[in-house]
Design a protein around this ligand. Structure first.
Ligand code: XMP
Length: 603
């Protein structure tokens, strides 16, 4: 049930716009995403407005703006990051490109003698998440500073009389420890507390599905076995009845060890009408020599569609009467450039053009496309999905395809001297190297494709490793990741590069390494502390003709941001030793990068 009391999030394209909306809904207020090009009348419908972050700079000629009349609206406004800068600039302040770009945690210091409704109940010293390259240097009339951080003088400013607030940090990400409190306070300020919850989403979505899939038509759902497609299935079955929903699992050849057989047994026991279609040959031959991350994703997306068409034919489903169902969730949409201003970070396989065409033709339903992972899990609980299923780590649709880095050799020769100089100047005695390949990351809301720094094992604490990692990615933009080699005190002068093909042999090698990791993290019962743990096969190692494995365990809530997980060292040593027993693997790397600046997956 939609409330007439609602909050708008104006989307300036940051990856965070939808996250803000989702957070605010979870805090109990109905929220809608709105473009910055709506009429003033539209904005008047809302009880309060949040201006999101975004990849642009307010002083650029084509920066997304808002009309002057917007700033005269007599409503609470909260500007976040880009939104803060826009608010400041439009009201008469000043914004410039900052010398020191800031990505990562920062300590916000609230000024005691300057109280604000927005930070009521928040500690005077609190950790917030920063991600910006521009900064405000002069405030508009009527505004005063309420909080500052080491590198940001105007981290939090407000005009309390007009209920206008500007914050440079991101309260919507869980790394901003008291971000939820700040957003709750804004909801209070807008007078819309307790107007929305997930149960009301469920009721609404059931009604929507019953209209979208009229009696006589059925849904044919692509099942991956993960939480998302399972919850999508249960939701569709609840709305339409089990007999109207049929599942298809496409075996791409890039699934995990024993995954398909386990899944089939589990899904069948839950009453799913599931067909498994083995398409591994088509996927191996389509991807064999491909190295570009975006091209690989596009091929996977296209193959999914053509395989599905074949499967439909063989299953004798009349395509006029069947609609395609998908368990797409919010991050899949938003990080594929799903909103107008966002930079494309990755094309998720279920957002390739052919699928977009189907969506536009109305032949697809995506019942959980507005939800984040934690909401999907909670909805799964409400729909009766067993706990062990809900606890499964998320697994990307393209599977191991995005965890086999087949990129060409690229040494980035000039980076190492700069890296070494940086570490020396900051007195960090640790061996350093650079991997001869690049991986995908996200810096300042934009996609990056850059190298990873490698550190020897300095025997230091996770905290110290974290500091070195943040220092490196903040200082050298050609590096978007930092990994270290557990137990290795001396790095080679040069890492070996061995071409990696997207074929069955290499997929089998990764499957073995991945199975070792999963066995150990379940045995040691740390799988619940880890949100997701990609195990990545890379063409860089210590010996020609062999490969490396990257361990990428992260803590996250919604995949939009993540922290690397600090694993117990004895467990890490055990995992590393077990993996190194595989003959074709001679190097194990542990990823020390948060998101941003690295994405969770390496591609
Ligand atoms: P990144 O790597 O962008 O991942 O930080 C965020 C979350 O999305 C998953 N992921 C995908 N899921 N299709 C999917 O269905 C994809 O193409 C895809 N790529 C990444 C990733 O595993 C993480 O949970």
């Amino acid at each position: 049930m939609k409330s007439d009391k609602k909050i708008a999030v104006i989307d300036f394209g940051g990856q965070y716009a939808h996250l803000i909306a989702s957070r605010v809904r979870r805090l109990g207020a109905y929220t809608e995403i709105v473009s910055n090009e709506e009429s003033i009348e539209k904005y008047k419908e809302y009880s309060g407005i949040i201006l999101s972050g975004g990849p642009s700079s307010v002083y650029e000629p084509d920066a997304p703006l808002l009309p002057d009349a917007f700033f005269e609206l007599n409503k609470p406004i909260l500007g976040i990051c880009y939104g803060h800068q826009l608010l400041m600039q439009k009201l008469g302040g000043e914004v410039i490109s900052s010398n020191s770009k800031e990505y990562g945690p920062a300590s916000l210091h609230l000024l005691r003698n300057e109280s604000s409704l927005l930070t009521a109940g928040v500690n005077d010293q609190t950790i917030v998440w920063m991600s910006h390259g521009d900064e405000v240097t002069k405030l508009p009339p009527g505004f005063s500073v309420k909080g500052e951080s080491e590198h940001c003088r105007y981290a939090f400013v407000s005009n309390e009389t007009e209920k206008k607030y500007g914050i440079q940090f991101h309260p919507e990400v869980t790394h901003s420890i008291e971000g939820g409190k700040i957003l709750s306070n804004f909801i209070e300020i807008c007078g819309v507390a307790n107007t929305w919850n997930l149960k009301s989403f469920l009721d609404q979505e059931i009604a929507v599905l019953q209209t979208k899939v009229p009696v006589g038509k059925n849904v044919f759902l692509l099942v991956s076995g993960g939480v998302d497609s399972s919850v999508a299935y249960l939701l569709l079955a609840k709305a339409l009845g089990k007999e109207r929903v049929k599942g298809l699992l496409v075996d791409t050849g890039f699934m995990r060890k024993n995954e398909v057989s386990d899944l089939k047994a589990n899904l069948n026991s839950m009453g799913f009408d599931l067909t498994v279609w083995d398409a591994s040959e088509a996927f191996y031959s389509g991807l064999k020599d491909k190295s570009e991350p975006e091209e690989k994703r596009r091929i996977v997306g296209d193959l999914f569609l053509s395989v599905q068409a074949k499967a439909v034919e063989s299953m004798k489903l009349d395509s006029d009467n069947w609609i395609l169902g998908q368990g797409t969730i919010y991050p899949d949409t938003i990080e594929s450039g799903g909103t107008k201003h966002s930079h494309k970070i990755k094309t998720h396989h279920n957002r390739v053009p052919a699928i977009q065409d189907l969506i536009e033709a109305g032949k697809i339903v995506e019942p959980i496309a507005d939800l984040y992972k934690d909401e999907v899990r909670e909805l799964g609980k409400m729909l009766g999905l067993p706990d062990f299923w809900i606890e499964r780590h998320p697994f990307p649709g393209p599977g191991l395809v995005v965890r086999m880095i087949a990129s060409k050799e690229n040494r980035g020769e000039k980076i190492l001297p700069r890296l070494e100089a940086l570490l020396t100047s900051r007195n960090k005695p640790v061996g350093a190297g650079v991997l001869p390949i690049q991986s995908v990351g996200v810096q300042g809301d934009q996609r990056s494709y850059a190298h990873a720094a490698v550190l020897s094992d300095p025997g230091k604490s996770w905290k110290e490793l974290d500091e070195i990692s943040i220092l490196i990615t903040n200082s050298i933009k050609e590096l978007n990741r930092v990994v270290f080699m557990p137990g290795v005190s001396q790095l080679p002068s040069r890492f070996a590069y061995t071409e990696l093909k997207m074929d069955q042999a290499h997929a089998d090698l990764l499957r073995e390494a991945d199975a070792i990791v999963n066995r150990i993290i379940f045995e040691k019962k740390i799988h619940k502390e880890i949100w997701q743990m990609p195990v990545v096969l890379i063409p860089a190692s210590l010996k020609e003709g062999t490969y490396g494995i990257v361990l990428r365990p992260v803590e996250s809530r919604e995949a939009m941001t993540a922290n690397f997980y600090e694993m117990d060292i004895s467990i890490l040593s055990e995992i590393s030793a077990e993996i190194l027993k595989l003959e074709a693997i001679t190097a194990v790397f542990y990823d020390l990068t948060h998101k941003p600046p690295g994405t969770i997956e390496w591609e």
